[in-house]
Ligand binder design. Sequence first.
Ligand code: SF4
Length: 122
Amino acid sequence: MPVPAQIDPIDELLASFKDDGAVKRRVEASATALAGMDPHRRRQIRARIAEMPLSSRSAYLRAVAKQASPRLAIKAHCMECCGWGRRAVAECTGFACPLWEYRPFQSSADSEGDEDDAEHAD
Ligand code: SF4
């Protein structure tokens, strides 16, 4: 029985955008930056992206490509730290963490208008 071809996690991310909006273009630029990275780091990043939910890939990819704001990079880190759950980040009990005061989703306003989630079809 043939083994199904593995879907590239970045292609899957790009295909998930509803249209060719600004966020998709930024993600495409980050994917291009990834292509120019050291192959060992690139392999690690691709493996990490494949493990995370689609909705978290955009922020992560932009952060590792050095194309994210500090706020977005913190979001990417906190989401990974908490197993990709917004509520877990909001209710994080890592009070001594240096990012605790900066973590996203502390208020309902943080959950709304999130540009990295807004343009996904999912
Ligand atoms: S603030 Fe909480 S969720 Fe964010 S990195 Fe620190 S311990 Fe993890």
